[in-house]
Design a protein. Structure first.
Length: 163
């Protein structure tokens, strides 16, 4: 069976998808560049720190954090190892289930996350949000939420029809 190149061009579904992926990659690249220029760690650290800080009492189980961030657990373990070495997070075992690990953000982690947010937020505002009016932002956000929910449901074996 031979594969053909996806149909592309103005208005085609693959064009929208590839434009979205490319824009995301370019945005992350620029966020990374600006974080480095400010002497701050990589973007992935921000994601983990925010995922923890937004959890109940600044903590989450490792598997819950991986799910919240849509990241593979083995990648998360490596990130948490680095953050723990820098005393930005702590890791503890569950008293009820010794297999379950909890990760918590430290005060130093909160301080670093806020510094990173200043750079991150400004980049997103300048290079992404500035190109959409408030109605477009709401529509785009709603469409992305629907797509994310469909992907989550597909991963759990649930079928979802287009609304």
């Amino acid at each position: 069976m031979s594969e053909t190149a996806p149909e592309t061009g103005p208005g085609s579904a693959p064009d929208l998808w590839f434009s979205f992926v490319r824009t995301h990659r370019l945005m992350i690249r620029e966020i990374e560049r600006r974080l480095a220029a400010a002497g701050l760690p990589v973007y992935a650290w921000y994601d983990v720190l925010w995922g923890l800080e937004s959890g109940q009492d600044g903590s989450r189980r490792m598997h819950e954090l991986a799910d919240a961030l849509a990241i593979e657990r083995y990648n998360l373990t490596r990130l948490v190892d680095k953050l723990e070495t820098d005393r930005l997070v702590t890791r503890t075992r569950s008293m009820e289930d010794g297999r379950a690990a909890f990760v918590s953000i430290t005060e130093d982690g909160k301080v670093l996350r806020k510094k990173m947010w200043t750079v991150y937020q400004a980049t997103v505002a300048d290079l992404f949000l500035a190109h959409f009016d408030s109605g477009e932002q709401q529509d785009f956000s709603a469409a992305l939420a629907r797509a994310a929910e469909a992907a989550r449901n597909a991963g759990q074996g649930k079928v979802q029809s287009k609304a």
